[in-house]
Design a protein around this ligand. Structure first.
Ligand code: GLN
Length: 475
């Protein structure tokens, strides 16, 4: 997709025209994939490009960015009222990298408020719709980033994934989404939700584009001390195939609660990998059943601390209330945060309070270690090279179907959150349809082995037609 687009541009096509036609599409769209389009900045840069095209792996390529990633001069509101109108004075590291590679930022995409959700329904700006069925959610929290790519409103986008927020919407919208190994991509400029779990990553129309985006955004940044140097090689090793690789199939990721059509599609994918020369075996990740509880305790606890900075004085909404600090703080947060954010701040504060810290937060950290060890064991030398599972237990559900029952929404993350607890990389690639709705296959790798994850995903994609299907609702 990106390669063809660039070939078109360098064969005399106009970036300005291409971006104008995207904006035209976005304006007519019924999806609500964007919170903000950066029309003036994008068109100015496109005109500069047309006058004197520059070099770069992403030269002239329009890219959409999740609203939690800071973009200099472009509103970055996390789909929250409390940050509405906030225009960052600086770019996130990943944005600097995209620009250095020649990309053009076209706008900011809708998301669950502060990335807290699985459906993009908690956005202050209303839900995004799934391009395969407008009555359904696009997944979340990077729902706008996924819907935009699926519907051709952006060739590629960035999202962030704390517990599935790139892979879930990629799965629900029938596109590719990669959560990199913790530390491979700098989080500088990402509005924090739960720091030790999250990574920025690409949402793209195919695996090659994901590899290309990873070449651009990965690597050490001194402003994020958890980031490491990237070995690269994502593109150069992409077409090596799966021959000789062993895939582990975790027994805990099948059975109860998984839609039979999803299971069937994933087993078909495993057969396809076998046809392509790989072997597979059953493996066990025995602590999977504790992952959701541990994840939500950790994520909410950290979020309750992170979100304390939105007090209307240092950051966030001003209501003109000039009373004492406590009153001002309470009024601003009552008005600025939506119900899901409030729920999580309350639960997280509770889990961290004296007497409960050991019972909940510390216990969850211990469970996290056990889960990480599960993955290390399954992926150890002599074990499997990669793991393969469904990304989500079900296809996209209806807008409104689960939002009143937070637990049923949290449960949908059962196969994505363990990966963030372990810090390993995982990709979601389209692997079939259930009654016209896309299904995602999750391929999980060893720490920093994105090259193998991408290579396997590419081999699978190349042998199957699912990524080529186009949603009905595309204008
Ligand atoms: N659905 C999960 C949550 O609500 C994951 C969200 C994310 O990855 N940002 O926390």
């Amino acid at each position: 997709m990106i390669r063809e687009l660039q070939e078109g541009l360098f064969a005399g096509g106009s970036a300005e025209e291409m971006i104008n036609s995207l904006f035209e599409k976005i304006r007519r769209s019924r999806l609500n994939a964007y919170n903000h389009i950066a029309e003036d900045q994008a068109l100015e840069r496109a005109r500069e490009f047309d006058r004197a095209p520059w070099e770069g792996r992403l030269a002239g390529v329009p890219i959409a960015i999740k609203s939690s990633i800071s973009t200099k001069g472009i509103e970055t509101n996390c789909s929250s009222r409390i940050l509405s109108g906030y225009i960052p004075p600086y770019d996130a590291h990943v944005i600097e990298r995209l620009k250095e590679e020649g990309a053009i930022i076209i706008g900011k995409t809708n998301m669950d408020e502060f990335a807290m959700g699985t459906s993009t329904e908690t956005s202050y700006f209303g839900p995004t719709k799934n391009p395969w069925d407008l009555d359904r959610v696009p997944g979340g929290s990077s729902g706008g980033s996924a819907a935009a790519v699926a519907a051709g409103e952006a060739p590629a986008s960035l999202g962030s994934d704390t517990g599935g927020s790139i892979r879930c919407p990629a799965s629900f919208c029938g596109i590719v989404g990669l959560k990199p190994t913790y530390g491979l991509v700098s989080r500088y400029g990402l509005v924090s939700y739960a720091n030790s779990l999250e990574q920025i990553g690409p949402l793209t129309a195919n695996v090659e584009d994901a590899a290309l985006m990873m070449e651009a955004i990965s690597g050490h940044d001194p402003r994020d001390s958890t980031s490491v140097k990237s070995e690269g090689g994502y593109l150069s090793g992409l077409y090596g195939g799966v021959e000789g690789l062993t895939f582990g199939v975790p027994e805990e990721y099948f059975g109860e609660g998984v839609d039979p059509l999803v299971e069937e599609a994933v087993w078909d994918a495993i057969s396809k990998l076998e046809e392509l020369g790989a072997s597979w075996k059953m493996v066990s990740l025995p602590h999977t059943k504790y992952a959701l509880a541990a994840y939500y305790i950790i994520a909410m606890s950290v979020a309750s601390s992170n979100l304390a900075r939105f007090d209307g004085l240092r950051y966030g909404l001003r209501l003109g209330a000039d009373q004492d600090w406590h009153t001002t703080f309470s009024e601003i947060r009552a008005a600025g945060f939506g119900p899901e954010v409030k729920r999580r701040v309350l639960l997280g504060t509770y889990a961290l309070s004296a007497g409960y810290y050991g019972r909940y937060y510390l216990k969850a950290l211990k469970v996290r270690t056990l889960i990480k060890q599960d993955f290390e064991r399954a992926l150890s030398a002599g074990g499997a090279d990669l793991l393969v599972t469904p990304t989500m237990p079900v296809p996209a559900f209806k807008i409104g179907e689960r939002i009143e029952d937070p637990l049923s929404l949290y449960m949908a993350d059962v196969f994505t959150v363990p990966i963030n607890l372990a810090g390993v990389p995982a990709i979601s690639v389209p692997c079939g349809f259930a009654d016209g709705l896309p299904i995602g296959l999750q391929i999980i790798g060893r720490h920093f082995d994105e090259a193998a994850v991408l290579r396997a995903a590419e081999a699978y994609e190349d042998a199957t037609p699912y990524h080529e299907a186009v949603p009905k609702e595309v204008i």
